[in-house]
Design a protein around this ligand. Structure first.
Ligand SMILES: O=C(O)c1ccccc1NCC(=O)[C@H](O)[C@H](O)COP(=O)(O)O
Length: 213
């Protein structure tokens, strides 16, 4: 089980999510988002969490050049793609970065067929409005949720265990229900989310500096 905390906009929030045990941090580069971050801040935040935590650049309907340039400048380790996209476009991004391809329930069957045997492209099921905090109907998805797919959509500390029980996703992702205000994390909510999704995984990011001599 992998846990991604999305909508990171500062070094402070990157460090608190990493210390809570998150496997991945999301940096949103879609201009429509309330959690928009610059590539420079994303890069600094990513560098602040050490070598283990994945940094995911999140895009919605943006041009290929913009996606690749921004991802490079932010030094992300993976790219998350929202919106209706041609298969060729997704493959072109996947030639450079592991891709989380985000789909709505209505598009799940077609996209699952398209990406089933495609190394480097992982499906993530999300609500039609990304970052909207609205959970999906897990019961309706039980028979069609693809093996190895990730789940998002209105997840938080109070419901992530039930979502995992219902669909057994390979990863979970959340933003709205982990915030004090849009773009600002609530440390207690992040800790509770990660601890519930994957117990016992906190980590130390900043250790005491050893003194020599
Ligand atoms: O969160 C946003 O503002 C956003 C805007 C545009 C594209 C993607 C966005 N978020 C992507 C995410 O990965 C969210 O974590 C995911 O949609 C779940 O959000 P939530 O339902 O609020 O937990």
């Amino acid at each position: 089980m992998r846990v991604k905390v999305c909508g990171t906009t500062s070094v402070r929030d990157a460090v608190l999510s990493a210390e809570a045990g998150a496997d991945a941090l999301g940096f949103i580069f879609a201009p429509v988002s309330k959690r928009l971050v610059t590539p420079q801040v994303a890069r600094e935040a990513g560098l602040s969490v050490g070598p283990v935590v994945a940094r995911v650049g999140v895009f919605l309907g943006q041009g290929l050049d913009e996606v690749l340039r921004t991802a490079d400048s932010a030094r992300v380790s993976a790219v998350q793609l929202h919106g209706p996209l041609r298969g060729l476009y997704v493959r072109q991004v996947a030639a450079y970065y592991p891709v989380l391809r985000v789909v709505r329930p209505a598009d799940l069957a077609a996209e699952a067929d398209m990406w089933r045997d495609e190394p480097g492209v992982t499906l993530m099921l999300d609500a039609p409005e990304p970052g909207g905090g609205v959970p999906l109907d897990w019961a309706a998805l039980r028979d069609v949720f693809p093996r190895g797919a990730w789940l998002a959509g209105g997840l938080g500390p109070a419901n992530v265990a039930a979502a995992m029980q219902a669909l057994n996703p390979a990863g979970v992702d959340a933003v709205s229900r982990l915030e004090a205000s849009p773009g600002v994390k609530d440390a207690a909510l992040v800790q509770a989310f990660v601890a519930t999704a994957r117990p016992g995984q906190t980590r130390v990011i900043h250790s005491e500096t050893a003194t020599c001599g």
